[in-house]
Design a protein around this ligand. Sequence first.
Ligand code: B16
Ligand code: MG
Length: 216
Amino acid sequence: MGFKACLFDLDGVLVDTAKYHFLAWKRLANTLDFDFSEEMNEQLKGVSRVESLRKILDWAGLQIPNDKQNELATLKNSWYVEMISGMSSNEVLPGAINLLEELRKNNIKIGLGSASKNAKLILDQTGITSYFDALVDGNIVRNSKPDPEVFLKGAELLNVTPSNCLVFEDASAGIDAAISAGMKVVGIGSTKDLGNAHLLVQNLTQINLNAIQQLF
Ligand code: B16
Ligand code: MG
């Protein structure tokens, strides 16, 4: 009984890909004569690609048919993929490797629960794929966070009961998803939007197995 598995969100928890999403969305917005800000980018954390585009078009007051929307999302993704293809192990966020190592040494299962369809490329580029026993990403799930599907699927693939899982998340929708899944959740980042988490830390250097076990 008790703690058996960890499920990690990717962007904002293990790597900082938000800066690449920002550059690619800004470039796309500029082609539409719209200026995309860092504040807007913050609101796209954990939100899927299509939903992100819809929000941007909304902010810009633009109505664009669905087939053209797909074209725009594909164009943004091509710029984004170009940037993340240059990522390396230096871009793994502080504390991540130590924690993954500690979990593995203690036979805790490790899964990924990300909205990104590019998750596998990012894990491969940064050299951390082999830590994971299961990968659940935007190619597998139908319902975006705050729906619990991404984490429930992770628990299922790891063969662990949801109540024995701990999620690491930087987005409020992801924290709500973890809670709906019946899991414990550690929020990563500022206290502002993450108040529902069972524990809040600034980054993964501030957490270890001992602190995790006290949540169960
Ligand atoms: P892609 P996460 C999310 O990653 C990002 O936070 C979000 O900004 C992005 O729109 C989403 O992935 C989809 O990414 O365009 O690569 O499919 O935080 O869920 O790991
Ligand atoms: Mg995230």
